[in-house]
Design a protein around this ligand. Structure first.
Ligand code: FES
Length: 104
C-alpha cells in the first residue's frame, strides 16, 4: 500500500500556521538562525499566529517546538499576547453612531 509516511516528511512540508504558510522549517529557522525565543517574538517576526486561529492552535504547536528545540519546559513558555481580531468597519457606521442610546 502506497502513501506518505508522515515520519519521513521534510520540515518544509509540515505546516504549522496554515494562514501564513508557516512550516516547521520556518519555525526552526526563527529559533536557530534568528535567535527568537518566544511565541510572541515568532509571531511578530514571522506573522505565525496572526491569522484566523489567532494562535489558539498554532501558538501551542510553536510553544512545543520552542520547548523541544531549546530544551525549555513547555510550561515555562508564555503564549503570545492575545489581540482582538480586526475587521473592517465602514466609516458611516461611526458617523451615525449615537453612543448606543435608543432613539424613541
Ligand atoms: S494557524 Fe495561522 S494563526 Fe494559527
Amino acid at each position: 500500500m502506497g502513501g506518505i509516511n508522515i515520519m519521513e516528511l521534510d520540515d518544509r512540508d509540515i505546516i504549522i500556521c496554515r494562514c501564513e504558510d508557516g512550516t516547521l522549517a520556518d519555525v526552526k529557522d526563527a529559533i536557530h538562525r534568528l535567535g527568537l525565543r518566544s511565541v510572541e517574538e515568532i509571531k511578530r517576526v514571522k506573522r505565525f499566529g496572526m491569522g484566523h486561529c489567532q494562535g489558539k492552535t498554532c501558538g501551542k504547536i510553536i510553544a512545543q517546538i520552542i520547548s523541544q528545540e531549546l530544551g525549555i519546559p513547555y510550561e515555562d513558555i508564555k503564549p503570545a499576547t492575545p489581540r482582538q481580531p480586526a475587521k473592517n468597519i465602514r466609516l458611516d457606521k461611526f458617523a451615525n453612531y449615537n453612543g448606543g442610546k435608543n432613539e424613541d
